[in-house]
Design a protein around this ligand. Structure first.
Ligand code: AMP
Length: 282
């Protein structure tokens, strides 16, 4: 496994792989690796000759009051874990390597970036789209692996790939959870012991909503009420949003039909946790 910090070095290795006709799988991350990330790496390993992972805490996608500075950066542990998963290349650039002092360009996906997490994190998805666009241009993978945990991010990247003709297949991997249902996240480290005990309520609320839909409920407001009350009764979490949207367009639904994404974001102290489930009504 090689840990490369410059764009030129990555391009060099990619060129070598291309000459040998090797397929390339790419997993972009911000590090602080957990089983969620490792599952993406394993999926990439199964299908591709060359597996590239990036570790980059992207300043562009953090708001001025967000956790960019204190975001965990356990470099040694991440390199150790990646090696165990047989990653071929870690791209580990500095902020300077990615963003020149006169960096002036951005990628903006409209509409679907403005709802859900985009509403409370203005500019976040512009930062995500821009960095993923750059990384795709650097790594030029055949396959890009993303996690369903960040459902809106998946929708935004899929849209960008379609709109801007990136020649890459996007593969979305189901959310990996702790035994008690909590979606794995690097930000779970921010939880206090009490909040950690409470946080599984998010997945419990989502599965209760799914059951309600399976039993025939088709009114989104009923579903949302169930989720909200479960969270408020079962924890001290502060709800940012709970939404029932069309899984593709992320538009709010008047009535539940087709593939539905039920998504939420809830604050536990300083940790803003997100989770979602996809439901296909019978
Ligand atoms: P991050 O390091 O948080 O930017 O995440 C890097 C990639 O891992 C993204 O595609 C995430 O959606 C994915 N990911 C993060 N947590 C999970 C999880 N619990 N299950 C599946 N994928 C995940």
């Amino acid at each position: 496994m090689r840990v490369l910090t410059t764009i030129d070095a990555v391009r060099n290795e990619i060129q070598k792989a291309r000459r040998k006709n090797h397929s390339i799988g790419f997993v972009p991350t911000m590090g602080a690796l957990h089983e969620g990330h490792l599952t993406l790496l394993r999926r990439a390993r199964r299908k591709n000759k060359l597996v590239v992972m990036s570790i980059f805490v992207n300043p562009l996608q953090f708001g001025p009051k967000e956790d960019f500075r204190r975001y965990p950066r356990p470099k040694k542990k991440d390199i150790f874990l990646a090696k165990k998963e047989n990653v071929d290349i870690i791209f580990y650039p500095s902020v300077k390597e990615m963003y020149d002092e006169r960096f002036l360009t951005g990628i903006r996906v409209n509409e679907i970036t403005q709802t859900l997490c985009g509403a409370s994190r203005p500019g976040h998805f512009d930062g995500v789209a821009t960095v993923v666009g750059k990384l795709l241009n650097i790594v030029t993978p055949d396959r890009l692996y993303l996690g369903q945990k960040d459902a809106q991010q998946c929708a935004v990247i899929r849209q960008m790939v379609r709109d801007l003709n990136f020649p890459v297949e996007v593969i979305v991997v189901p959310t990996v959870r702790e035994k008690d249902g909590l979606a794995m996240s690097s930000r779970n480290q921010y939880l206090t012991a009490q909040h950690r005990r409470e946080a599984p309520v998010l997945y419990q609320a989502l599965t209760a909503a799914r059951l309600q839909i399976r039993k025939g409920e088709r009114r989104p407001e009923k579903i949302l009420r169930t989720i909200r009350s479960k969270i408020l009764e079962g924890s001290s979490g502060k709800i940012d949003y709970v939404a029932c949207v069309d899984a593709k367009t992320l538009e709010p639904l008047g009535q539940i039909k087709g593939d539905v994404l039920i998504a939420l974001a809830v604050w536990f102290g300083k940790a803003r946790l997100i989770d979602n489930i996809l439901v296909r009504p019978k």
